[in-house]
Design a protein around this ligand. Structure first.
Ligand code: CA
Length: 226
């Protein structure tokens, strides 16, 4: 059974989450604050954590940092609308995904399934070829191709693509990409990303103006949709 830890101080939302998750055979623990969440996480070892960022006793980002000290369990953040900086801080601290309140229960459950699936698929993804309708990415050979022909990528383009493809469905923040590809001194050079992502789309997407695979999350980062 997949165990979920719900960290949320709104009792009505907790009730709705617990009912919906239990109906889908998740085992659910609920914590109304950060202190309880950290204790329950240590004791119950959840497979995924759903975490509200606005908690009564501590900042949700602090909860993420504390969890990341010892666990790679996926963390799905619940965040208030328009709090973009808060989302970025949560993602940089180690959250895997976020959903903006108010959200539909179906979307939350879909993201929960995706988070669990990613952890299950992670060791395999590194050895696999990622195939889309329009191109393939061979992570071992470090090659992209279409219709049996190689798509020529520069090392920088490849590095960006590799990070995104290894995190299918997950938002990778601008900062994560910039630091990983160019280094910490370039953490705010988002214009680099715009240029290189445009090049990648021209090479990979059937319709670069309306990308299907290399998705921009405005102000946040990028997501590979397979
Ligand atoms: Ca709250």
């Amino acid at each position: 059974m997949t165990r979920v830890l719900v960290v949320e101080d709104d009792p009505q939302l907790v009730r709705a989450l617990v009912i919906n998750m239990q109906a889908r055979r998740y085992g659910v623990d609920a914590a109304p604050d950060g202190t309880t969440a950290l204790r329950l996480a240590a004791v119950r070892r959840p497979d995924v954590v759903v975490l509200d960022l606005g908690l009564p006793d501590m900042d949700g980002v602090e909860v993420i940092k504390a969890l990341r000290g010892w666990t790679r369990t996926p963390i799905l953040v619940l965040s208030a609308r328009r709090a973009s900086e808060e989302k970025v801080a949560a993602l940089d601290a180690g959250a895997d995904d976020y959903i903006t309140k108010p959200f539909g229960m179906d979307e939350l459950l879909a993201r929960l399934r995706a988070a669990v699936r990613r952890t299950e698929a992670l060791p395999l993804a590194r050895e696999a070829t990622v195939t889309t309708d329009d191109f393939t990415v061979d992570l071992l050979a470090k090659k992209a191709g279409r219709d049996g022909r190689d798509i020529r990528l520069t090392p920088t383009e490849w590095h960006l693509l590799e990070i995104l493809v290894c995190n299918p469905g997950r938002l990778v923040t601008q900062k994560e990409l910039l630091v990983a590809v160019w280094g910490p001194a370039y953490a705010t050079r988002t214009n680099y990303l715009r240029v290189y992502m445009a090049q990648l789309r021209r090479k990979l997407e059937a319709d670069p103006a309306h990308p299907r695979y290399l998705i921009t999350e405005p102000g946040m980062g990028y997501r590979f949709e397979s």
